[in-house]
Design a protein around this ligand. Sequence first.
Ligand code: TF8
Length: 337
Amino acid sequence: MKLLRSVLLATGLAAAILAPVAASAQDIKPRLIRFGYGLSESSNQGRAVKFFVEDMAKRSGGKLKVKGFADASLGSDIQMQNALIGGAQEMMVGSTATLVGIVKDFAVFDLPFLFNNEQEADAVFDGPFGQKLAAKLNDKGLVGLVYWENGFRNLTNSKRPVEKVEDLKGIKLRVMQNPVYIDMFNGFGANAVPLSFSELFTAMETGTVDGQENPVTTIQSSKFYEVQKYLTISKHVYSPWIVLASKRWYDGLSADERKIINEAAVASRDFERKDSREASKQSIAYLKDKGMQINELSDAELGRMREMVKPAMDKFAADGGADLLNELQGEISKVRK
Ligand code: TF8
């Protein structure tokens, strides 16, 4: 027996025999994973959730069943974050901007005009800086798995074309619930109105707000063109999304289950970024076709905006964010070289 065993081992046969046993011994329990998100099923967010659902099923032999809940049907970003912390919901994807009440440092990503392009953003979010911030969620009851692309944000409104900053004067502009956004847009002369995304369409429809800012993919998938006439390409902030898991739930999973989730999350990230970037190329033509009047801000005007936003940047730095901002700018210039 002993001899046979050593012969098998030596020939590598043992590995062949033992492999299927090891696979079936993987510790995966049948589980239902509720995955909430704010945009529609047909949005870039929705398509990536669908990818994740299918990929998780594939990797777990159908045991890890993810169910996507679109349109903030499980709640706004902030409500879902709290549900994850409490263990009442397993997963979500949403903006990092709404996480600032939990980990203040995330506000660094809301500062304008940091990234020049998506490649810089990918390198920073997937690199040590992005990972360090995500890790800060751990002792707050959340696990930050991967960053997806929301995209460069642009302005829309129902009042007038915005060709220079002064055109924003007096416009009631919905912003995310985040102090940097409020300071930034008040600094530009608008009246910043913080509101959850789930309330945004109605707020524009009823005139509670005149405008908002989001990537073109969202302006398309959330049908903002129905209630907004003017689109200004400003690319003032690069916005990520973050895929979150409830720490309480995640800690109760087996190592095999966690490995599957981590790997599927990375695959979903790669799918989502590629898909969003392709989709965004079509969006401008689509929105024009829907009747939006579109203009691009000139470099000179963007330069003026950079100047005007300095007080908001200084406030962030003075409020304890100076080192973090320096570190982020350092990371970006490393990629730029
Ligand atoms: C916003 C964000 C949205 C996210 C989404 C609902 O304007 O850009 O994309 O919050 O998860 O709120």
